[in-house]
Ligand binder design. Structure first.
Ligand SMILES: Nc1nc2c(ncn2[C@@H]2O[C@H](COP(=O)(O)OP(=O)(O)OP(=O)(O)O)[C@@H](O)[C@H]2O)c(=O)[nH]1
Ligand SMILES: [Mg+2]
Length: 636
């Protein structure tokens, strides 16, 4: 069946294909099912492993060309090479259908892992044979074991020459000893694999040829779902999707009972509210397709339409026995920023959705699918506080909205603090860094100014240093750009929230100020040359600027106002050769994340579908002076 891509305008732009029209289940349907979640630290190879399982699990026709990281279908996922949203697919092996849930490994998207875990009976913990277990490995394994999901382990990237298998296996065993909630969880099988090369083996000394040993281990160790298909219906909504043609789609695993087309069901909300809906369509997963079926029984993972106004964590239940399942508990956000209606003089020029109403509707719509996000109104109807699990969680939302033609402005991310026993507490994270030893000095100096405590440090045989720090989230904001600049791509880092602790100590700010455009107009080479006499510039000649827009940075304290639109006065004399030879230095180009980290508390990033501009909150120099004098901002 040729995959037909259906465009979805939701952030869950899965672009998986739908097969609409009832499927003949004779000879195809099989109630032997396994539901497996693939979990790991970021980049340990989950999506690549799913590729291998899909390619070898009778999903594609012979010679059908399929690419890599097939499940990372969202354009932002493909650009960044990371998984953002958990996704479902299924493969079949030996007559058994294995529903696979690929999850994101980045800690900012760990809400996704929490929300899908209840769809699985087994989890496949993937561990990189070189890196070993990392903080997110611990986090996701803890989630799985607490939810009594049966574990299995795959040591991945066996093809890497630096693989240190015995050591990594020992570390994994220690981790299980620490996290297991019962003795059975310690009896997990270990498979060794190269997801990239497409093989798995039970013996690390013997190279594998295909994924068969892994398929076999899955069938042996993952229990089949147990729900009674004849009991009253119950299903927890674990994911939502929106399709232009089908409308609202709810996904989840049928816990008990059977879903039947055109049956009436009760939708039970978190707050105890309930409503009755008709089941219009039911789909199950076949490979990467969703196939329409007349019914789905307990144990299967389904997508369905009919219920309106459904939210993640709601229960779909029989009308006769309405009984809600425990709703999904998601850990709280730790980082927040404001999303506001753009107050830029250029507002409305580049985006389609610019009003307070547009922004409000979009943000609240996001809450229905993005479970670990929170949105709060503020005293201004034009500004919302949006809180998420990390800077990346929020910046992905900014980037998604900008691609949907929204225009708005956002503030610098800041940690979400809490008052506990009358004292302000702030989030702390564990930060892991691996890099070449030549960068250690610079990193240590930076981090010590940001209240980081070194917990562990280890050198390996390749002059690589592995460091573990405890650091307040406050100290980590801005670290990403510094790390990339300092280590020039030769390093890995990850961080994960651990706890709230009393807020203590000051973070040393980065020295330096900004160059601010003093007039509206179009930048010219001469004006920018002047600006470069004071610092670095962020814009090219020919860029439209407004008063209060940030056009560069410099090393001293305070802002410098500069007219980048100023032309050289024309004289009758031809300019000297020295003057002609003056060339502009390279423009500093920032990514959206870098811009968000760069700005100060009195600055904003203006986001449009085509551009993002850095700006002062107070655009006029006069207002900025007043704000400085009075200690409060005069106006937006
Ligand atoms: N050498 C080697 N590289 C691998 C293997 N499996 C995955 N990789 C590489 O590791 C990188 C990350 O792979 P992904 O499959 O995207 O990892 P992931 O765990 O899905 O990452 P997130 O979804 O972002 O958490 C890619 O560059 C892969 O090509 C393997 O078995 N061997
Ligand atoms: Mg992935």
């Amino acid at each position: 069946m040729v995959a037909e891509y259906v465009k979805s305008n939701n952030i869950i732009d899965r672009m998986l294909s739908w097969s609409v029209g009832l499927f003949d289940l004779n000879g195809f349907e099989n109630n032997d099912i396994r539901n497996l979640a693939i979990i790991a630290h970021v980049d340990h190879g989950k999506t690549t492993l799913v590729d291998a399982l899909l390619k070898q699990g009778q999903v594609f026709r012979a010679h059908q060309q399929v690419g890599e990281l097939i499940m990372d279908t969202n354009p932002l996922e493909r650009e960044r090479g990371i998984t953002i949203l958990a996704k479902n697919a299924s493969v079949s092996y030996d007559g058994v259908r294995i529903n696979i849930i690929d999850t994101p490994g980045h800690a900012d998207f760990s809400g996704e892992v929490e929300r899908i875990m209840n769809m699985a009976d087994g989890c496949l913990l993937l561990v990189d044979a070189v890196d070993g277990p990392m903080p997110q490995t611990t986090y996701v394994l803890r989630q799985a074991l607490q939810q009594s999901v049966t574990p299995m382990v795959v040591i991945n990237k066996m093809d890497r020459p630096e693989a240190r298998v015995a050591e990594v296996v020992e570390m994994v065993q220690d981790l299980f000893l620490e996290l297991a909630t019962n003795a059975e969880q310690l009896e997990f099988p270990i498979i060794y694999a190269s997801a990239k090369a497409g093989y798995a083996t039970t013996d690390p000394e013997v190279l594998g040829t295909d994924m068969v040993p892994l398929f076999k281990a899955i069938l042996e160790s993952v229990p089949a779902p147990t729900g009674d298909p004849d009991a009253p219906l119950q299903m927890l909504v674990a994911a939502l999707d929106y399709d232009n043609y089908l409308g609202q789609v709810a996904l989840g695993r049928v816990t008990r009972g059977t879903l039947k087309l055109r049956d009436n069901v009760a939708l039970l909300g978190r707050g105890g509210e309930s409503s009755v809906h008709n089941l219009e369509r039911i789909f199950v997963f076949r490979g990467m397709e969703r196939v329409e079926v007349p019914e789905a029984r307990a144990g299967d993972i389904v997508a369905l339409t009919g219920p309106e106004g459904v939210s993640i964590g709601d229960t779909i239940s029989s009308i006769e026995h309405p009984e809600a399942l425990p709703t999904i508990d998601i850990e709280e956000p730790t980082v927040r920023m404001t999303f506001g209606v753009s107050t830029s003089p250029f507002m409305g020029k580049e985006g389609e959705h610019c009003t307070s109403r547009n922004l409000r509707d979009r943000l609240f719509r996001e809450l229905r699918t993005n479970v670990s996000l929170q949105v709060e109104p503020t005293s201004s109807s034009d500004v919302f506080v949006v809180a998420g699990r990390g800077e990346l969680h929020l910046s992905i939302l900014v980037e998604t909205m900008r691609r949907e033609q929204f225009e708005f402005q956002v503030s610098r991310p800041e940690p979400v603090t809490k008052v506990i026993d009358g004292k302000i507490h702030e989030p702390y994270e564990i930060l892991n860094i691996s890099t070449h030893d030549e960068y250690v000095g610079a990193l240590t100096e930076y981090l010590s100014g940001r209240l980081a405590q070194l917990l562990d440090m280890r050198y390996d045989d390749n002059s690589y240093v592995h460091m573990e720090y405890k650091i307040p989230t406050r100290g980590l904001i801005g670290f990403n750009s510094f790390f990339l600049r300092t280590c020039r791509g030769d390093g890995l880092k990850s961080s994960i929230f651990t706890s709230y602790e009393p807020m203590e100590g000051e973070i040393k700010g980065q020295p330096g100020g900004v160059l601010v455009a003093s007039e509206r107009g179009t930048s010219v080479t001469y004006g920018l040359l002047n600006a470069q006499g004071r610092g670095d510039t962020f814009i090219d000649p020919g860029t439209d600027v407004y008063e209060g827009m940030i056009v560069g940075s410099h090393r001293r304290e305070g802002d410098i106002e500069i007219n980048v639109c100023k032309e050289k006065k024309l004289t009758n004399m031809r300019s000297s050769t020295a003057d002609v030879a003056k060339r502009l230095n390279a423009t500093v180009i920032m990514s959206l994340e870098e811009a968000l980290e760069f700005i100060s508390d009195d600055e904003l990033v203006e986001v449009t579908p085509q551009n993002f501009r850095l700006r002062k909150m107070d655009l006029s120099a006069l207002d900025r002076k007043r704000t400085r004098r009075d200690g409060v901002r005069a106006r937006d």
